[in-house]
Write a protein that binds this ligand. Structure first.
Ligand SMILES: *Cc1c(COP(=O)(O)O)cnc(C)c1O
Length: 443
């Protein structure tokens, strides 16, 4: 009765799947997952798939991780949830303390939500409201970077520059200023990545000048714009951005929802440029990929701008599950693994293994822009045939499944964003199978 095909049919009948043209499931298979162990997902026929994209960039230490499972089982018997207005609890306190310490207390105040887009909404609203509380009511506009992705709720979509996601909703959105991308792939003959970054920073400065006194904040995905196709930039852009924000009295919002939690090589991506933003958004990996959790960290200056006897000067934003104890406990278990296993050092070694395995791609005429930042690897396939170019991603996904891989290229950008627990053998297997799939799709 409950065969794999039954589950698929029932899902297609009643579950509206995210980020999907449902009709494509007439040809692209839907995979009913039964369980996960480590880096592997198993379907209902016992077929396995190496989760090379960490289940949409959230899973850091594998599925059914024993340490996170144990922490959650313990928490479940203590407290599953309590409202965070007027009440508090150990997991949310300890998590906030640990995260603040990781920023050397530069960002010492944590505000919680449940998903990435909500964290972005919070950062935008907090910036706007903070200026307003200080009497700077003209600062109402936001700047985002070409190709940016900050989530798909209406406020977050307004600072997102991926046309596929925003096209249909244009009239609903409060348009932000979009400035030049520092994407290193835009280097012209003789230009370095740093040159591209500084050229893009000059465009940002032009808008800051033109709109002086009107801009509340600039929002950026530090080092890697993931959703637009793993566009990477030189850290000099972040240093220049910090200088410009100081000079023009504008907040800097770092959306580290994808690149935070060690993904870019340092725990926070901003650390690699030795800067701190005014707001830092975290989600995805922070709970180890277990439970919906997001948060915005901010400075004492921002916090103090809300601290007052007047209720209306407070930040009156909430979500039902704000600071959920189970999610916070999963996050604490995740941070404990970072500390106990010296994960950042381990990842440097693993990242080098990937770099070595993919080195031949640098000389492959079918490939451009082989790139890497920490535990993110990407390259662009050159597909001349227009029709094949459009279907590249779907064909790659299907061919990857045949090789026991879960991979979803973004356009023609093939990428890996694997969980950090891969063994050396799994890294070798993943690299070898990725190449095999690529050969098949390009044939
Ligand atoms: C995924 C993502 C978001 C949105 O997070 P959701 O949890 O999907 O709402 C925002 N910003 C970046 C950089 C992301 O990668």
């Amino acid at each position: 009765m409950n065969t794999r095909n039954d589950w698929v049919a029932r899902s297609l009948q009643h579950v509206w799947h995210p980020c999907t043209q449902m009709q494509h499931h007439e040809t692209v298979p839907l995979i009913p997952v039964s369980h996960g162990r480590g880096a592997w997902l198993y379907d209902m026929e016992g077929k396995r798939y190496l989760d090379a994209i960490s289940s949409w960039w959230v899973n850091l230490f594998g599925h059914a991780n024993p340490r996170i499972n144990a922490a959650l089982k313990d928490q479940l018997d203590q407290l599953e949830h309590a409202m965070l207005a007027g009440f508090t609890h150990a997991p949310v306190i300890e998590l906030s303390e640990k995260l603040a310490a990781l920023t050397s207390h530069q960002l010492g105040h944590c505000f919680y939500a449940s998903d990435g887009a909500s964290a972005v909404e919070i950062a935008l609203k907090m910036s706007f409201h903070s200026w307003r509380n200080r009497g700077q009511t003209d600062k109402q506009e936001f700047i985002c970077i070409q190709g940016s992705y900050h989530g798909e709720t209406v406020g977050a979509l307004a600072v997102t520059d991926v046309s596929l996601f925003r096209e249909a909703y244009g009239p609903m959105l409060q348009r932000a200023h979009v400035v030049a991308s520092p994407d290193a792939r835009l280097a012209q003959e003789g230009e370095t990545a740093a040159d591209v970054a500084l050229r893009a920073a000059a465009d940002l400065e032009r808008v800051l000048q033109q709109r002086e006194g009107k801009i509340a904040a600039v929002i950026i995905e530090p080092l890697v714009q993931c959703a637009t196709g793993m566009a990477m930039h030189d850290p000099v852009y972040l240093r220049r951005l910090r200088e410009l924000c100081n000079q023009y009295h504008v907040h800097l919002i770092a959306d580290e929802i994808a690149v935070g939690c060690g993904r870019s090589g340092t725990f926070f991506a901003c650390e690699s440029a030795q800067i701190w933003p005014d707001f830092l958004c975290l989600s995805k990996g922070i709970s180890g990929g277990y439970l919906p959790l997001s948060l915005v960290m901010t400075t004492d200056a921002v916090y103090q701008s809300f601290y007052d006897a007047d209720v209306r000067r407070g930040f009156l934003h909430s979500h039902s599950y704000t600071g959920n104890p189970l999610a916070c406990r999963a996050a604490l278990a995740t941070l404990a693994i970072f500390a106990e296993d010296d994960v950042l050092a381990q990842n440097r070694r693993k990242a080098q293994m990937f770099a070595d395995a993919f080195a031949p791609l640098h000389d492959d005429p079918r490939v451009r822009h082989v790139r890497q930042q920490g535990m993110i690897f990407a390259f662009d396939a050159i597909v001349d045939d227009a029709e094949k170019a459009v279907t590249f991603s779907r064909r790659f996904f299907s061919a990857a499944l045949q090789q026991e891989l879960l991979m979803r290229p973004i356009g023609r950008s093939v990428y890996l964003m694997p969980p950090y627990i891969l063994s050396d053998d799994e890294i070798a297997l993943l690299a070898q199978k990725t190449m095999k799939v690529f050969e098949e799709v390009m044939a």
